[in-house]
Design a binder for this molecule. Structure first.
Ligand code: GLV
Ligand code: MN
Ligand code: MN
Length: 420
């Protein structure tokens, strides 16, 4: 097959991937290498504008949907056919690194731009999407706001009901970004046949295996809780230990208990407590209330259920024994998602064709692709993360690895959208 490749056989220039990532990281830059780009903030709006400009420069037809996702299309010959799509999210952790989400958007534009230049018009339209939100870093219960809108799972009252850490509602934040929250439902679509997301691995597997690219076969399931324990605030010196209703003691027991449960159950179970709010938060006061998050995950459906059941039983038992009032809210809940075997096979063949070493793997992070699985055949391409570090400004992926993954993406899209 003639593939119009460069002399080195590659379609994607690592220098272009690196400079696009560098430019995008200036929107919401934080310290030396971090990014804090929260959904619908002014820096987020500027980043989406930059992405739209890149799409236009690459010869794509640009549209923005009513939730703020930016779509760039390389129109196919057969406009009646559903589309083949790629992309990722533009928001970040607070602060996060420059690659999480951003690399999938940059890779999508470069891959589809390369296809346009080298292969001409596809049979099926290819879409690149820069999704609104994935990190829940501004709105803890946004739950993949951009991709959820695409699959039609946002209820009309949600924009008014969801409130961010800054006290602003989703509806207000959308209006600040020039969007009408009453029109969220119009972002829904049913014409995506296949969705392939490129993302950094965010873990240590590929580096340990010394391989640049991973082919995701399964994405973890997870549940996130917000647990609140309430007892009695009192004097730290005068209240005997046996007369206390101390929510901090209960939280300490639950936090170490859930983490140890995941340890005992072993890989790939993971449980994290990442946020604790203590009130009052004083040295000489037994607190009245402790609120904390629990994030528990496993890619195995039965193991996930067992892990969650153990966590919930422990929370109840500790609260009862310590005479604490407990409430727990489930903020996010997704079962594991299996990737489509045909799309996985297309990625595997594309990696072989490009001469890029690649290994099958499981994603321990959650992704917009899990939402898209409701309407499309899905799979993901991972690229190696240095030191396995992510959700941290130190996150790094080399230009060569990022370009190798983008090469695999381009060839996968070629196989899917140009076949006759
Ligand atoms: C994604 O950001 C995750 O928390 O896995
Ligand atoms: Mn991400
Ligand atoms: Mn992330």
């Amino acid at each position: 097959m003639t593939l119009n490749a460069d002399a080195n056989g590659r379609w994607i220039d690592p220098g272009r991937v690196e400079s696009a990532i560098q430019q995008l990281s200036q929107y919401g830059d934080h310290g030396e290498t971090g990014v804090a780009r929260l959904v619908y903030s002014p820096e987020w709006v500027a980043a989406q504008d930059q992405v739209a400009a890149w799409m236009e420069e690459s010869g794509l037809r640009v549209e923005r949907d009513t939730v703020g996702n930016v779509w760039g299309y390389l129109d196919g010959r057969d406009r009646e056919q559903p589309i083949v799509a790629t992309g990722s999210h533009i928001d970040s952790q607070n602060p996060g690194g420059r690659f999480d989400g951003a690399l999938g958007v940059v890779a999508g534009i470069l891959a589809v731009g390369a296809l346009r230049e080298r292969q001409g018009q596809p049979r099926q339209t290819i879409g690149v999407v820069s999704l609104v939100e994935e990190e829940a870093s501004r709105f803890p219960t946004a739950n993949f706001w951009g991709s959820r809108a695409i699959v039609g799972r946002i209820t009309p009252e949600e924009p008014k009901r969801l409130r961010g850490y800054d006290g602003v509602t989703m509806a207000e934040a959308m209006r600040d970004a020039g969007l009408d929250p009453a029109r969220v439902e119009e972002a829904r679509r049913d014409d995506v046949e296949t969705f392939v997301e490129l993302h950094i691995e965010q873990g240590p597997y590929l580096e340990r295996e010394d391989v640049p690219v991973g082919i995701v076969e399964r994405i973890t399931g997870y549940r996130q809780y917000l647990v609140t324990l309430e007892g009695s605030a009192n004097h730290a010196g005068t209240t005997p230990m046996d007369l206390r209703r101390d929510p901090m003691a209960g939280a300490a027991e639950i936090i170490s208990g859930v983490i140890n449960t995941a340890h005992r159950m072993g890989r790939p179970c993971v449980t994290t407590v990442g946020r604790v709010i203590v009130s009052p938060n004083e040295r000489a006061v037994i607190p009245r209330q402790v609120t904390f998050t629990v994030d528990a995950r496993s890619p195995d459906p039965a193991q996930r259920e067992l892990l969650l059941a153990r966590h919930e039983a422990l929370i109840d038992e500790v609260a009862r024994r310590r005479d604490l009032t407990v409430t727990f809210r489930i903020d996010s809940d997704r079962p594991p998602v299996a990737c489509d075997p045909d799309v996985v096979a297309a990625i595997t063949a594309a990696a072989a064709e490009a001469g890029v070493p690649a290994l099958p793997m499981t994603s321990g992070a959650v992704h917009d692709t899990m939402q898209l699985a409701e309407i499309a055949k899905i799979a993901m391409i991972f690229v190696r993360s240095r030191g396995g570090i992510s959700h941290n400004p130190d996150e790094f992926t080399s230009a060569d690895d990022a370009a190798a993954g983008t090469e695999v993406l381009a060839r996968t899209l070629h196989a899917l959208a140009y076949r006759s």
